[in-house]
Design a protein around this ligand. Structure first.
Ligand code: F6R
Ligand code: MG
Ligand code: MG
Length: 364
């Protein structure tokens, strides 16, 4: 059977500040999706929160960009926002950038990753959800899982993966996309995705079959709003096993806490810390950025699970290293490269402060 997996998320209010979410918002999310399941609109759902973002994980048979599914997510966020306003949670309704829903949630503030596929005899999927970082955060781990034989031994020794994968890359500033085949165009791929602020891996496909393997959210809140409204806090869906990398090969890149942009005021570089759900509550300097991995098996579209995959002592060293890197970077205070370079601060609150000094510059 064909199934669509949709992950739609939004920051609609934090407890306390931007560190976490109130349980009432998660409850409202569950209640809303329960009704939609009973009404036959969706097959199954799982509602959770990572940092201050409410995450709606849904399966259905309506395909990607389906109006009723996007409307359901939008209306769920609106209901939860009303409660966030009552509780005066911080930044209530922050990511709902439009007054009213207009048919497709894309470009309206919330982030989304969706894929439609024929459910295999066994269908393991991982849903990655990050807080305090932006859309390009998946570039490095997706590259390593799907193109780097030092990470994914299956690329070398599994006949079903040996041909490699195709990467769909979006230029989020120019609004253009390109597909690059790996391993043959690996250097071209790296040329682009090594700049994750601009080039973002949107999807990965199995090259021989064309099957979708991974999809990420590429919404850049700042580019939508034209000003700083908080970080994108992206999500990513990855199908695993058989012709795709094994669960362990997909998780392996996160054993190295790579630097991502985000953290305090969305204006800093910091290490991405893989954590269990209970630790997805960024506090130190509003961070460091976190990533959670929930694993599910699909059964006729039903979500069996989740397994909280970073809830494993095998990631303790990554977390420790993360804290060491965080400590080292923090000592730079307001200096680059801890603080983002000037050009990338364009969509933060920095330009307003700069404006004040404008008249005082003299020619040298
Ligand atoms: C980062 C983030 C926080 C806020 C910071 C200041 O993505 O959301 O670090 O930027 O707490 O928030 P405001 O400006 O709302 O006081
Ligand atoms: Mg927030
Ligand atoms: Mg957030």
């Amino acid at each position: 059977m064909k199934v669509t997996l949709s992950v739609i998320k939004a920051d609609i209010g934090g407890l306390v500040g931007h560190s976490s979410i109130h349980p009432d918002l998660v409850e409202i999310g569950k209640e809303s999706l329960k009704k939609a399941k009973e009404a036959g609109l969706i097959i199954d759902y799982h509602v959770t929160a990572v940092g201050d973002d409410l995450q709606l994980i849904m399966t259905h048979d309506k395909g990607v960009n389906a109006e009723p599914i996007h409307r359901l997510a939008w209306e769920t966020f609106e209901k939860a926002t009303a409660r966030a306003r009552e509780l005066k949670l911080y930044g209530a309704g922050q990511d709902l950038l439009s007054e009213a829903f207009s048919g497709n949630i894309r470009g309206m503030g919330p982030g989304l990753a969706e894929m439609e596929f024929e459910e295999r005899p066994s269908e393991p999927v991982i849903i990655f959800m990050a807080d305090k970082t932006s859309a390009g955060a998946w570039n490095l781990p997706l590259y390593r899982a799907f193109a780097d034989p030092f990470n994914t031994i299956g690329l070398v020794i599994s006949p079903s993966m040996h041909d490699g994968f195709a990467f769909e890359v979006h230029d989020v500033k120019a609004g253009k996309k390109i597909t690059l085949n790996c391993p043959e165009e690996l250097y071209d791929l790296l040329l682009l995705i090594g700049s994750p602020t601009r080039y973002v891996v949107k999807a990965v496909y199995h090259k021989a079959s064309g099957e979708i393997a991974a999809v990420s959210s590429t919404e850049r809140l700042s580019l939508i709003a034209g000003r700083y409204v908080g970080k994108d806090d992206p999500v990513c869906i990855v199908r695993c096993q058989h012709e795709f990398p094994a669960v362990g090969e997909v998780l392996e890149p996160f054993a190295f806490p790579h630097l991502v942009e985000g953290w305090m005021r969305g204006s800093h570089n910091g290490p991405l810390m893989p954590v269990a759900l209970c630790n997805a509550t960024p506090t130190r300097f509003d961070g460091p950025p976190r990533v959670v991995a929930l694993g599910f098996q699909l059964a006729q579209g039903h979500l069996i699970g989740p397994r909280d995959l970073f809830d494993d002592p095998a990631f303790d060293e990554a977390r420790r290293l993360c804290n060491t890197i965080a400590e080292y970077l923090r000592r730079h205070g307001p200096f680059e490269p801890h603080r983002l370079p000037m050009e990338e601060m364009e969509y933060t609150t920095l330009p307003q402060v700069l404006e004040k000094l404008k008249g005082r510059f003299q020619d040298i």
